[in-house]
Structure formats: structure tokens, C-alpha cells
Ligand binder design. Structure first.
Ligand SMILES: C[S@@+](CC[C@H](N)C(=O)[O-])C[C@H]1O[C@@H](n2cnc3c(N)ncnc32)[C@H](O)[C@@H]1O
Length: 323
């Protein structure tokens, strides 16, 4: 999982009718605060409709107001009630000035891991979360791009390189891979969630500059390890020049055999790679047992990536050109 989203924005907060006390919660510690009408500052979408600070709008008009509480800003969207000054609250959110706005949920599905949600903030800032935790965000993409560059650059000069990418997310890795690969490349993307594929090719397509529309890309909905095994056991199938993995979590300690980064699948990766092919894996942090295991593929290294305040890693192993 990726690090959680900014601590300053907690998302939507319901405001009680008539400026009742607001419960503002920050980093899990609630702080009760009373909002008095005198601290209420209006920000009108149609200022000409305002007289003496009171809303003289037709009933039902939607409007936005901003409450300032010290440095805290509460945005309140309401509907004008009759001819009175009151607003029937619709929704409210709060933020510190200068900090990013809250996300809005564009779509959501229930999965075995919890609710999978596509969220957007402003025009071009997307996030996929699962069970409330950030799975992928367009705010921090350096390590996902580094994965593609480390994995694809060494084989980009080949005649028609074949690349397998496991885990689509918001398509940042796919985009970066396409940017370094030639027009003759073929990129297979294996993604477990059909919803993620729909989102990445639909409402979240701007995040990857419509990577899925690129004619070099083929998307399959399924487990990437199945595709690796299929190719590994069939000598007649073309091998991959690069295999890139960025899944729910990177390599680390697990109980029992690890189906994603354990010995068996790592050996299948070696079988599925062409000579000189590259295996690149996104990780949260260095993990020595995985680096050791990667030697079954070939010479291996763990590269640290400064991903904007946090450090992630990219493990890279290269299959020997002969043997
Ligand atoms: C962290 S996101 C990938 C982010 C991606 N690199 C990007 O640039 O946006 C992980 C993705 O891997 C998918 N996933 C997890 N396990 C998988 C598996 N075994 N096979 C295929 N996809 C998988 C998840 O559904 C999710 O979309």
C-alpha cells in the first residue's frame, strides 16, 4: 500500500443546521469547536444577489459559504431556505488554506479487500483507495515511473520488445514504459480488477495521457502471475524482454510461501524472460531475502528512489544474455 493521503484534509464533514458546534478531527484527535454566526464569512457564487450580508436568493438556490476559524477554512455548500437568512446544509468540508482540496469519489465497488474507490481532486489529481487506504495517487509517481525506466530502458533498443506489466493502477508505470519504448513494442498489462481497467481507460485516463488507448498496449484482466506461468511453461511462446511488477504490496516478510515474490514464481519469471531480459519490482523498502532470491534470475540490485519525501525502491534483476 502507498502512504496515506495528506493529514490536513479529512474529507467531508456534515454541518448541523443553524451553525451547531462542529466536530473537527485531525490525525484522529477530535477537537470540538463552536461556530458562531459572527465568524461566518460569505463567499457567494453570485455576489450581486447579496444584500446587507444576507442571502436574498430564491428558495432552493445552492450556494457556497466559507467559515474561517483561525487558519482553518470550512467550506459549506447549502441551499437557501425560503426567504430567511438560513441555509439548509447540503455538505461541508474543511481545509487549511493553501492545502489541497478534498477528494470526491467518482466510483466505488466492494471487493474482498474492502471498498475500492476512484477519487478525484480538482481536474487532474486522482487516487485509488482500497478500504480507505491509498493504493495509488497521481501526487507521488516517481517510483512507479522509475520502475518503468529501470525495467524498459535496457531493452528499448531491441527490435520489437515485449513487456509484461503487472498491476495497472492509474497507469503511471504503463505511461512511463510507453514513453521509453519504441513504436514496435508490445506491452501486455495484467490487472486483477476490471474496475481499475475501466477507470484507467475512462474517467482517470487523463492521469496517464490515455495510456490504454496506445495501440502498443494489450490489457488482460487477471492475475499477472498466471500470465508469467503460462509463458514460462510453453517453450513455443515468445519470451518477455521485461517483466515489471507493482502490486498491492512489494516484497517483504509473509507467512508461508509467497505467491507473488517467492521462490517458485521467481523461477517462473526467469523462465518467461528472454536472454538479457529485465525483471523489475516496485517495493516499499529494501528486502535482502528477495534480493538474494533475485539471483535466480540473474545479477540483481535494489535501487532507492526518492519519491517526494518518502523513499521507495525498485529491485532489478537481469537474466544473463546466454544460458
Ligand atoms: C499500486 S497499484 C499499481 C500502480 C501503478 N504502477 C501505477 O503506475 O499507477 C497496484 C495494482 O496492482 C493490481 N494487482 C494487485 N495484485 C495483482 C496481481 N496479482 N495481478 C495483477 N494485478 C494485481 C491492483 O489491483 C492495483 O491496480
Amino acid at each position: 500500500m502507498r502512504e496515506s493521503s495528506t493529514k490536513c484534509v479529512l474529507g467531508a464533514l456534515e454541518v448541523e443546521r443553524g451553525f451547531a458546534p462542529l466536530e473537527l478531527s485531525r490525525s484522529g484527535r477530535p477537537a470540538a469547536t463552536s461556530v458562531h454566526p459572527s465568524s461566518f464569512e460569505r463567499t457567494d457564487t453570485q455576489p450581486e444577489a447579496v444584500s446587507a450580508g444576507h442571502p436574498l436568493r430564491p428558495a432552493g438556490t445552492e450556494e457556497t459559504a466559507v467559515l474561517r476559524l483561525g487558519v482553518l477554512e470550512v467550506t459549506r455548500i447549502g441551499r437557501v431556505r425560503g426567504s430567511s437568512v438560513g441555509l439548509e446544509p447540503l455538505k461541508a468540508s474543511w481545509q487549511l488554506p493553501g492545502m489541497p482540496r478534498s477528494y470526491v469519489t467518482l466510483d466505488a465497488v466492494d471487493t474482498a479487500e474492502g471498498r475500492l474507490e476512484l477519487r478525484r481532486r480538482g481536474e487532474g489529481d486522482f487516487m485509488i483507495s482500497v478500504a480507505g487506504r491509498v493504493l495509488m495517487t497521481t501526487r507521488l509517481t516517481r517510483s512507479e515511473q522509475a520502475l518503468a525506466i529501470r525495467g524498459c530502458e535496457p531493452i528499448a533498443g531491441r527490435a520489437a520488445p515485449r513487456v509484461l506489466i503487472g498491476g495497472l493502477g492509474l497507469g503511471m508505470t504503463v505511461r512511463a514504459a510507453l514513453d521509453v519504448l519504441p513504436a514496435s513494442a508490445h506491452v501486455t498489462v495484467a490487472e486483477l480488477s476490471a474496475s481499475v481497467v475501466t477507470w484507467c481507460g475512462g474517467p482517470a485516463a487523463p492521469a496517464s495521457c490515455a495510456a490504454l488507448d496506445d495501440p502498443r498496449v494489450e490489457v488482460i484482466v487477471g492475475d499477472v502471475t498466471d500470465r508469467i506461468r503460462e509463458v514460462a511453461r510453453d517453450a513455443a511462446r515468445p519470451r518477455f524482454d521485461a517483466i515489471l511488477l507493482d502490486l498491492y504490496v512489494g516484497p517483504g516478510p509473509v507467512r508461508g510461501a509467497d505467491p507473488l515474490y517467492g521462490r517458485e514464481i521467481t523461477e517462473r519469471v526467469a523462465d518467461a524472460l528472454a536472454p538479457g531480459g529485465v525483471y523489475a519490482v516496485w517495493g516499499e523498502a529494501p528486502y535482502a531475502p528477495f534480493e538474494k532470491l533475485l539471483r535466480r534470475v540473474g545479477p540483481a540490485r535494489c535501487h532507492s528512489v526518492n519519491a517526494g519525501g518518502v523513499r521507495h525502491v525498485v529491485f532489478v534483476a537481469t537474466r544473463p544474455a546466454r544460458g
